[in-house]
Design a protein around this ligand. Sequence first.
Ligand code: NAD
Length: 280
Amino acid sequence: MPQIIDGKAISAQIKEEVKQKVSELNAKGINVCLAVIQVGNDPASSVYVGNKKKACEYCGIRSESYELAEETSESELLELIGRLNKDEAVDGILVQLPLPSHISEDKVIAAIDPSKDVDGFSVNSVGALAVGKKGFRSCTPAGIIELLKRSNIEISGRECVIIGRSNIVGKPMALMMLEQNATVTVCHSRTVDLASVTSRADILIVAIGRPRMITSEYVKEGAVVIDVGIHRNENNKLCGDVDFDDVKDKCSYITPVPGGVGPMTIAMLMHNCVSRYLEN
Ligand code: NAD
């Protein structure tokens, strides 16, 4: 049987550390604040935003909520971001994606001051990661690094295969694994003979967005398998990109869905909100 990596427990530990840090800061008269902007009322986005606000409350971070109408113009949103950039009381700015189609996500992300880009999506943050400089790390891949480290899984020198090359998961994941001295291969929709590449992996990170696509023939005996996917199956139950039941007996460690990578994303967002205080 593999070891199940407990993302719920590890994320709770990280939120506890953030809470402790926030209370130390409060004792010195410093408050931490995250501005959360949602445009429109997409139900999934409302759930994500609600969960982020709840996590802020738990950690003692003040969340300042901006719920804007669907018709909000790009320039109105950019103007709000400009104001929040200048507001010294605001530590982080989060714009919930996706945005309505009349607003350019690229422009909006670029408008966030790099020192407040807690999602780590800006060209500035990703560039800093690429050249090994300090900066905000994208929350989902940063959460995966924490899952591996806190489960005492060796990364350095090991063969890591990532399936998926999205800007928010696959690409930053590859850079972060490289930073941890793994030997990294990135697979994607044009990869020829995917299974022959993935079955080399000591650490296989799966971010494809296709329910239970990865079965045991893609996995090397004893591999560590990290499943980023989140889907609802035919019975409306959550499942990942990995066929957990088929793969579990072949690997040494595996993340479940739910309770694996999912909870780490918000925990790392909380971490990013206080990270500038941790470095001092
Ligand atoms: P995406 O759709 O942007 O990217 C999918 C990637 O998979 C692409 O790079 C594509 O080239 C690759 N791909 C698609 N089909 C393939 C195939 N047949 N073979 C090989 N590669 C293939 O997705 P994303 O935003 O990176 O998200 C991936 C999954 O992770 C989704 O299920 C998403 O819901 C989930 N997700 C979870 C979290 C979390 O917090 N747990 C965060 C972000 C994304």
